[in-house]
Design a protein around this ligand. Structure first.
Ligand code: CMP
Length: 139
């Protein structure tokens, strides 16, 4: 179903520090897609080709068949295999219908290379995810 209002990228935390011309570049690079519930978006052990940002809906992260996280709006996944070019670390499956912003590998890496404010925001978000995972491992 088409979205009633065009998504304003400035409302998304990851892009909020970007200039107008950077937002234009990002808009050209991303694809907005709607996927049904039950779609496997990343498969553990396989080659990664896309990065996903969640606009709406929820996804389950599983490793060896066990759920390790649930991701919702404002969260993202699929970045690890694009950054280190190793196999996908987990399987990510849509728990509901989802609206996603999808960035293909070359575009994802290109935007991070071109836009320090985006890279920095992303590093902070990854640091938070590592802290969360550490806290979960201890508790
Ligand atoms: P990637 O390894 O490319 O593909 C699977 C993705 O699942 C991974 O990138 C992360 O984005 C995400 N992921 C893996 N483990 C976790 C976790 N513990 N919490 C949140 N997201 C995760």
């Amino acid at each position: 179903m088409p979205r009633r209002h065009e998504l304003d990228l400035r409302d998304i935390w990851m892009f909020s520090a970007c200039s107008n011309s950077q937002l234009k570049t990002i808009r050209r690079a991303i694809e907005e897609v709607v996927v049904p519930k039950g779609r496997v978006l990343c498969e553990e052990g396989s080659i990664g080709r896309e990065f996903f940002f969640i606009v709406e809906g929820k996804a389950a992260v599983t490793r060896n068949g066990r759920r390790t996280a649930t991701l919702g709006p404002g969260s993202y996944f699929g970045e690890l295999a694009l950054l280190d070019r190793k196999p996908r670390s987990a399987t990510v499956t849509s728990d509901t219908e989802m609206t996603l912003l999808v960035l293909e590998q070359r575009r994802f890496n290109g935007l991070l290379d071109e836009m320090p404010s985006l890279s920095h925001k992303f590093l902070v978000a990854m640091a938070q995810r590592l802290r969360d995972a550490d806290a979960k491992a201890v508790n």
